[in-house]
Each structure stands twice: as structure tokens, then as C-alpha cells.
Ligand binder design. Structure first.
Ligand code: MLT
Length: 318
């Protein structure tokens, strides 16, 4: 174990357990990625890391909690393209600013999104799904992890492109949503590859497309959205580690270095890679690169803010 601050840069850190808040239910992609990385960070930093799932409001409840924590490095957030991007489109009055209310630590993983359907749904590709949905209207149910979450934002984009208007059902994360899909209680959803891929592999759900410019090596038979006839449905989700704003630089530097170490670790790489996660290259790992990404995402999603369209037809199950 190493202390993140071995020199005289600041008070020794960490000297007690660190909490990493996950904004969604256990068993979903954010939770999976967090456990893989924090297992390594805990060993590297020589302290216990407690993963706390704080669910609600498409991940924004957890993000708000993180902004209110002391900026001492002992409460961190696993944020993602939802909490720090698409939530801005879903909640124009969001009480936090992804750019100014957090201290970026580093990008953790990029995750393409799969469009997955329940096994018994009589569709074989995206065009089939669009045809079937147009015909059945609100009898088709799309599952998601709350307004503004990645699953919600990406499938809303797909629905807009395909001009389909399903009934929607919110869950506390795509872990539970995927269980409902496997049980046949909902018809389709958009989930990050690290969550859905194992269930595609076992045949419990069917993947129709991956929202990426290239196929994933772990699911070589799943076409890209462009190959499936939907080139505009290209979007890459990501997860990243954040601290509350005004976290001291020596803590940020220590956590960033420990994260980079984790991303070079063969076990971590195998665990993320075997689920289809794309590990950031060395030059994408700095805190300032993440800061730039967040600025870009915030601008992009703020400009897409169309609450009426985004919220239309949804009902929330808590
Ligand atoms: C999760 O971990 O449940 C997902 O990341 C939620 C989402 O779709 O944003």
C-alpha cells in the first residue's frame, strides 16, 4: 500500500476509509465498474473503500449528495455521462453544475451502449424494432434508469430517430431494469455494454445493435448502429471519478495516480475489457482531460434541453 501523499505536499492521505458513491442500484454497469476499480484502489491506497449505492432521480440524488460532502477526499462520486451530461437535458433546473461543483479526478472507462430486447420479442434487428413499436404504440415498454440517466437519454435518442413512442418504465438502475427485461416484464432498453453483455452472452436477452462506430470484440456478431441502418444513433457513454469542488490538489493528484495505476493493472484491464469496457489510453487519463470532457458534455446536453419531449409518456416506479 502507498499513501497518495508520500512527500510534504499536504497532510497524509488517505488515513481512513474512503466512500465512493454510486448513483444507481447494485448490479448495474456503474456499480460493476466501481467495484472493479475500487478493489484495486483500496489495495493501492491501503485503506478500505466503501461503495455506497445512493439511488433516485436518474443519478442526480447521488450527485447532489456528493456536492454537499466535505472536500477532503473521503467522499467521492462515480459519475457518468448521465449525471454529468444528459441530466442537464432532463432537468433544466438541476441544482448542481457538473463543471463547477466537482473536482474531476479521472476518466475510468468508456462504454458503448447496446439496444437489448427481451428474448421473446419477435424482432431481429433495429428496423424490426421500429416497425414493431410503431405498430404496437404504448403496448411496448422501454425500461430505463430514471430521467437523464444514460439508458434514458440514449434510448430517447433512438426513439426520436426511429419516431417511436413506447410506454416507459423507470427503475433505480439498469441492473434491476435488466432483470425485468430477462423476466419479460418490459420489452427493450438501452444499456451500457458492461451491464448487458453477460446476459446477451447467455442468451437471456437479445442485442440488436451497439451504438458505436465499430463492433465490440466481446460481441462480434452484434452490428453497429450504422450497419443496422441507424448511423445517427452513435454515442459513447463513459464513467469517471469525481470529488466535491475545492478538493485539495495533492489529494486529486494522489487519486489520479492511483486510478492510472488501476487502469494499467492486468486484472482490472481483464475485468473491464471482458465486459466490453474501453480503457482510457494514458493521454486520456489526466484530471484536466476529464475537465475538458465535462465542459463539452455540459454544453452539448444543455443545448438539447427539451424537457417536454424527454419526459413525455413516462411513469416512474420507485
Ligand atoms: C446503472 O448503473 O444502473 C446505469 O449506469 C444507469 C444509467 O443508465 O445511467
Amino acid at each position: 500500500a502507498i499513501l497518495a501523499t508520500p512527500s510534504g505536499a499536504g497532510p497524509a492521505y488517505p488515513v481512513r476509509a474512503i466512500t465512493v458513491i454510486v448513483p444507481f442500484a447494485a448490479g448495474g454497469p456503474t456499480d460493476i465498474v466501481t467495484h472493479i476499480v475500487t478493489d484495486h484502489l483500496a489495495k493501492r491506497l491501503g485503506q478500505q473503500i466503501i461503495v455506497e449505492n445512493v439511488v433516485g432521480a436518474g443519478g442526480t440524488t447521488a450527485a447532489i449528495r456528493a456536492t454537499r460532502a466535505a472536500p477532503d477526499g473521503y467522499t467521492l462520486l462515480m459519475g457518468h455521462m448521465g449525471t454529468h451530461g444528459s441530466a442537464l437535458a432532463a432537468y433544466p433546473q438541476l441544482v448542481y453544475d457538473p463543471v463547477t461543483d466537482f473536482t474531476p479526478i479521472g476518466l475510468v472507462v468508456r462504454t458503448p451502449v447496446l439496444v437489448v430486447v427481451r428474448r421473446g420479442l419477435p424482432v431481429h434487428d433495429l428496423a424490426d424494432l421500429v416497425r414493431y413499436s410503431s405498430k404496437h404504440g404504448k403496448a411496448i415498454t422501454m425500461a430505463h434508469a430514471g430521467f437523464g440517466s444514460i439508458s434514458h437519454a440514449t434510448c430517447t435518442l433512438f426513439n426520436t430517430i426511429g419516431d417511436i413512442h413506447p410506454a416507459t418504465q423507470a427503475f433505480q438502475g439498469t441492473g434491476p431494469a435488466l432483470k425485468a427485461l430477462i423476466a419479460g416484464r418490459v420489452d427493450y432498453m438501452c444499456d451500457q455494454i458492461v451491464g448487458a453483455a453477460p446476459r446477451v452472452g447467455t442468451g437471456e436477452v437479445k442485442a440488436l445493435a451497439i451504438s458505436s462506430g465499430r463492433r465490440s470484440p466481446i460481441l462480434p456478431d452484434v452490428p453497429t448502429s450504422a450497419e443496422a441502418g441507424f448511423p445517427d444513433f452513435e454515442i459513447s457513454a463513459w464513467s469517471a471519478l469525481f470529488a466535491p469542488k475545492a478538493t485539495p490538489q495533492h489529494i486529486v493528484d494522489g487519486l489520479n495516480a492511483a486510478l492510472a495505476h488501476a487502469l494499467d493493472d492486468p486484472e482490472v484491464r481483464q475485468a473491464l475489457g471482458s465486459l466490453g469496457g474501453e480503457i482510457p489510453l494514458a493521454d486520456e487519463r489526466s484530471a484536466s482531460t476529464l475537465a475538458t470532457l465535462i465542459e463539452r458534455e455540459a454544453t452539448r446536453w444543455r443545448s438539447l434541453s427539451r424537457p417536454a419531449a424527454v419526459l413525455d409518456g413516462s411513469r416512474v416506479r420507485q
